[in-house]
Ligand binder design. Sequence first.
Ligand SMILES: [Zn+2]
Length: 412
Amino acid sequence: MELAIRTAMSALGARLLEGLLATDPGHRGPRVDCGAGHQASFVAYRGKQIDTVLGPVRLRRAWYHCSDCQAGNAPRDEQLGVAGASLSPGLRTMTARAGAAVPFAQAAGLLAELAGVSLTTKRVERAAEADGITAAAASSAQAKAILTGRVTPLPPPAPTPDMLYLAVDGTGVPMRASETIGRAGKYEDGRARTREVKLAALFTQTRLDADGRPIRDPDSTSYLATLDPVETFADLLQAEARRRGAEHIRQLVVLGDGARWIWNLADARFPAATQIVDLYHAREHLHALADHLAFITPDPDTWLTDRLTDLDNGDIEAIMHAARSYPLVGVKATECDKDLAYFETNAHRMRYAHYHKLGMFIGSGVVEAGCKAVIGQRLKLSGMRWTTRGATGITTLRCQHASSARANIGAA
Ligand SMILES: [Zn+2]
């Protein structure tokens, strides 16, 4: 009974909406600006069907034609936000929410079941991706405005957090073959099957728990991601850091695995930030080093335990020294050098005891969880193949939905 009533109410609502829309038939005089510098002439009133939250609605509005452009338009459509679209703004928002959360076919099913709106899978896909692309364009416009100083973000609300963390990571998203032509990859035909999404999680921290471990401030995490090159990602990250109050917060920390591009970015864009290599990645590298040396160390397990203690102490020199005390030649020497290079380049990013004393996070778990939850659980499901446009759109929407720190967007 409740569903029957809701269906009837929606139908009633659709007629009501039609009536409201009809109060302005969109006649703006005999001529209007065509948008390209010409005058378009009134032709006639034409009908258009729009799918709305309440179901299909008929719209009648004045239609103009520009003889220079050989194209027509309806000023009323522009005003209503339905120019070139067959979904209303309200339904588009719903569709984008559903299409970003679950695969498009499931999203269409949910819209039908929960909202009583029936759309084909293809329309859900097109609408969600288009909204995501619009959101991505808006984000990059906002970033540009912040970076050029046209917009100044408000300082973070008091009390000002003590530290702002920028946790950065990359993850591969499977692409359609047509999207990766000419891109180098790791497969036999040399073509990439995936493209890297670069993801950042920004969060603040002020307090420590009873055991002296840092606590992420509640609702303080925002995400951003892009498939674009690192320079574009760096712009977005720098703008987001400013929006989050980087210029007011005492301490900036960049967290990442060992990937070189992350540290190049940190050096160039956040020279004052403390750089920290994720402790768990460092431990993995230490396990690999211990494996490579196991044939020569008298007691491999003890050796590894001792080195893990060195690592916790941030004593990278002790690790280097312990590893180099064995004379190696050939393949073994090369393997060992490769492992050690990681520690050598990142030594100043592994002062874990020091960071612990300062009450800092030493793991990039937040962004790695983000890679799984924000990207993986929607974009890397089995059998999925994305276009750049689709992946960009859905990634952008998911970052926005996952971000709890959306306040402070207002600008002074
Ligand atoms: Zn024109």
